[in-house]
Design a protein around this ligand. Structure first.
Ligand SMILES: Cc1cc2nc3c(=O)[nH]c(=O)nc-3n(C[C@H](O)[C@H](O)[C@H](O)COP(=O)(O)OP(=O)(O)OC[C@H]3O[C@@H](n4cnc5c(N)ncnc54)[C@H](O)[C@@H]3O)c2cc1C
Length: 393
């Protein structure tokens, strides 16, 4: 069977690309349903973009690579699309836009856009092999127990990264990239909770607190959550993408300002109160209990000299922690690294050395922060490749 374009992966990027790639486009996926990650994203409401999305919100060996696609298909273009489809949405926080009702609306919208473009979708299809004859791609598949050979002028790799293998994530895009001589940068889990092998936070699991988390020159002001296994919450997921194994992370438990003057004032007015009691008005009491097990918080406020208060405040604003690791691909929202952007055109996503081969979405070495940025990359890169394919003679 001959197609103009075969897209491997019916996720966010693959469906967006299919809606713009022009005639005789077929999307193949081994899953039972398209867009499974969209369905579960944002707690079922899909944080589909971010109002402030820009190149600064992405990690890549080449931070400039994402600029072209992001500027040609922006968050406002996607907002316009969902508005045309009558999907209601709201800003939750920090420019993060979520569906009012359900992430399934986004999937239905993308399917409708694909139908309007007459793109086909074959699910539960195994990709057996991919080859290139010099003029076209030959993809062998297995569907309903039958082997078939498909031919196409264009092949789009949109099978995403390695995160959440239970949901069908595989390294197929990387394998095919290797096959065609495209480099793949080191990959690792991103937007992922930290683990501490000594289980030190188990007693305070469930406690949440806003922090400023820093690692490797990056910092995020968001909430942190103590868990049985370690640390999670938006601040930790964000900083995990910057953290390197064996490095430490630094937590400022007072991101809104140094508590030193406040504690001094209280010492004057209420010197006989316990230091821990006072701290428990500024921090969750279970966290203060935990801290009193690892640092000296004994005595009254009046017992604390200026320099003792100063060093206490310094420690609480620079709490250094060395995680044992992360929860890995099992729970990671994204895969950092991927197909080397040097091998691709930033305008079209086409492999420079293999005309007709395109790579989009999470498979590319472009990873967004938490907050709708990863879907925006999927929309922008999928659109860029789709438009380029539709415009190819
Ligand atoms: C729990 C969770 C929540 C998330 N929430 C958000 C959020 O709210 N906002 C946000 O911006 N980002 C979020 N993300 C990240 C976002 O889902 C991804 O960045 C995005 O889906 C990547 O799009 P993609 O099309 O490149 O890959 P995917 O959406 O992963 O699609 C890849 C497709 O390829 C198919 N596939 C894989 N391997 C094969 C194979 N060997 N053969 C055939 N088909 C294959 C898969 O079945 C899948 O359908 C979340 C991720 C997770 C895991």
């Amino acid at each position: 069977m001959t197609w103009n374009t075969l897209i491997l992966g019916a996720g966010a990027a693959g469906m967006m690309c299919a809606a713009h790639a022009g005639g005789r486009t077929l999307v193949l996926d081994h899953a039972k349903a398209a867009g499974e990650k969209i369905r579960i994203s944002g707690g079922g409401r899909c944080n589909f973009t971010n109002m402030y999305a820009g190149p600064q919100n992405f990690l890549s060996a080449n931070p400039h690579f994402c600029k072209s696609a992001l500027s040609r298909y922006t968050q406002w273009d996607f907002i316009d699309l969902i508005t045309r489809h009558g999907i209601a949405y709201h800003e939750k926080t920090l420019g993060q836009l979520f569906c009012d009702t359900s992430a399934k609306e986004i999937i239905a919208m993308l399917r409708a856009e694909m139908d309007a473009a007459h793109a086909e979708l074959w699910l539960q299809t195994k990709i057996v092999s991919v080859a290139h004859t010099g003029t076209e791609f030959v993809v062998e598949i297995e569907k309903d127990g039958l082997r078939q050979t498909l031919n196409a002028k264009n092949l789009v790799l949109a099978t995403g990264g390695k995160s959440i293998p239970k949901m069908g994530a595989t390294g197929l895009a990387y394998d095919i990239a290797h096959q065609f001589g495209l480099a793949v940068t080191d990959t690792r889990a991103g937007l992922v909770p930290f683990t501490f092998s000594d289980g030190r936070f188990t007693p305070i699991a469930g406690v949440a607190h806003p922090v400023r988390a820093s690692a490797n020159g990056a910092q995020f002001d968001e909430a942190m959550l103590f868990t049985h296994r370690g640390l999670s919450g938006p601040a930790m997921l964000q900083i995990s993408s910057y953290w390197q194994e064996t490095h430490s992370i630094s937590l400022n438990l007072f991101p809104n300002g140094d508590p030193f003057e406040e504690l001094r004032t209280r010492r004057q007015a209420q010197g006989r109160r316990n230091l821990t009691t006072e701290l428990a008005t500024l921090l969750p009491s279970r966290l203060v209990e935990h801290l009193s097990g690892i640092m000296d918080l004994s005595g009254n406020l009046a017992d604390q000299s200026d320099s003792a208060l100063r060093s206490l405040c310094d420690v609480l604003q620079h709490w250094e922690l060395q995680p044992s690791g992360t929860e890995g691909y099992r729970t990671a929202e994204v895969t950092l690294g991927g197909i080397d952007t040097n091998a691709l055109s930033s305008k079209t996503m086409e492999a420079k050395a293999v005309p007709g081969l395109y790579v989009i979405g999470e498979a590319v070495d472009v990873t967004g922060w938490l907050g709708g940025f990863n879907f925006q990359w999927a929309w922008s890169s999928g659109w860029a490749a789709g438009k380029a394919i539709a415009g190819r003679p």
